[in-house]
Design a protein around this ligand. Structure first.
Ligand SMILES: Cc1ncc(COP(=O)(O)O)c(C=O)c1O
Length: 375
């Protein structure tokens, strides 16, 4: 039976090829080292409650798109935080605390990263201060309060919450655990990325003898995408075709890859894909992504709720998948790429392709999830 019929349009806004593409494994592992990657896995895989998240085959979708396999890494099952972010912030807290129980950690967040830091602090019995902008939902704030953090609401946007976090942390000697790097602040963001690479280690164990030919990576500030590319360099023998996907209102990686230097985007409209609505790629991932991403795609919000619904109804796979709004764009960009004959050929998407998609979150904001799937 046809799933994607009735003239429904699946389209990219932009699709570009990286003129500077050159995948150099050793250079990538200079930015995020093998030692950092291996230590993250050996640490996190020993945490209480750890287990690999499922790698689900979207077998119905691969049949319809005439691809061999589509693997969907389902991060809705990551600890009880329902997002890959659980791997990053919490790991960085452990690394910077070095067993010291007297430190206080602090971060600014749009939601999921802060939840990970709060959870990591609670695991280790540390105090935690979380700064959120006035636009972060009460539900997301409460989730962090429930994890024992002091949540401080700041007037203005995310940037204002970060400025306040830095100011109060400097005055009070709190340790900042941020997932975004800036000049002179790269070590902690590297720890968060090292934490994310655990996904790739699990995937390598889960795909058994299959070979991934394509990988589609969502990007906000690029931390997750950069980490997964480092995971490819560390764990895979081959180099899959690498694609980054972003909201068209905040395509900071795409615009930077186009010019070969970091470009700041003035976000005029917040995307539904909230975690990916970022105006500037972070420094550490940029060093990795600028040469190692082959194609960039930007998307409108149009198909997000439809895709979440199709995943939730088991239209693409044998089982139902709870996919949050930031999980949908991987699926959408793959479908849109296959619907465009020229792009499909250019990407070499065919019956031998094994595509890896990252389902980076589940219903991390349940109210939003229900609203979108009931649309
Ligand atoms: C919940 C969530 N937050 C953030 C991001 C973006 O991550 P990063 O800012 O590391 O690129 C994603 C996915 O790309 C996501 O699913």
């Amino acid at each position: 039976m046809k799933i994607l019929s009735n003239g429904h349009l699946w389209k990219h806004t932009k699709f570009i090829e990286n003129k500077n593409f050159f995948f150099d494994k050793s250079k990538i592992l200079n930015s995020l080292s093998k030692i950092d990657i291996d230590e993250a896995y050996s640490t996190i895989s020993n945490w209480e409650g750890y287990s690999s998240t499922p790698l689900i085959e979207l077998n119905k979708l691969s049949k319809e798109l005439n691809l061999n396999k589509i693997f969907y890494k389902d991060e809705s099952k990551r600890f009880d935080l329902k997002s890959f972010k659980a791997l990053g912030g919490a790991y960085a807290v452990e690394k910077i605390s070095k067993g010291n129980k007297n430190i206080i950690v602090a971060t600014a967040t749009a939601g999921n990263h802060g939840r990970s830091v709060a959870w990591g602090a609670r695991r280790l019995g540390l105090k935690c201060k979380i700064f959120i902008s006035e636009f972060v939902s009460d539900a997301r704030g409460k989730a962090m309060v429930d994890l024992g953090a002091d949540v401080i609401k700041v007037k203005g946007n995310y940037e204002k919450s970060l400025i306040e976090c830095i100011k109060q942390s400097t005055n009070n000697n709190w340790q900042i655990v941020q997932d975004v790097a800036w000049k002179d602040y790269v070590i902690v963001p590297k720890f968060t990325m090292a934490g994310y690479t655990v996904m790739m280690k699990e995937i390598v164990n889960q795909i058994k003898n299959s070979k991934i030919t394509h990988i589609i990576l969502q990007a906000g500030v690029g931390g997750m995408a950069g980490a997964m590319v480092a995971g490819i360099a560390r764990y895979l023998d081959n180099v899959p075709i690498t694609l980054v996907v972003e909201p068209d209102s905040a395509a900071c990686v795409l615009e930077s890859i186009k010019t070969g230097k970091i470009e700041k985007i003035d976000i005029k409209r917040e995307s539904l894909m909230g975690g990916m609505s970022c105006g500037e790629v972070s420094l550490v991932p940029w060093e990795i992504l600028k040469y190692s991403i082959k194609y960039c795609i930007s998307l409108p919000d149009d198909n997000i709720s439809k895709t979440m619904k199709l995943l939730g109804k088991a239209s693409f796979s044998n089982e139902k998948i709870i996919a949050g709004e930031n999980s949908a764009p991987g699926v959408i960009s793959l479908i849109a790429s296959c619907e465009d004959k020229k792009i499909k050929e250019k990407l070499n998407l065919n019956k031998n392709s094994n595509v890896l998609l990252i389902g980076c979150e589940g219903d991390t904001d349940q109210e939003m999830y229900q609203k979108l799937i009931n649309q």
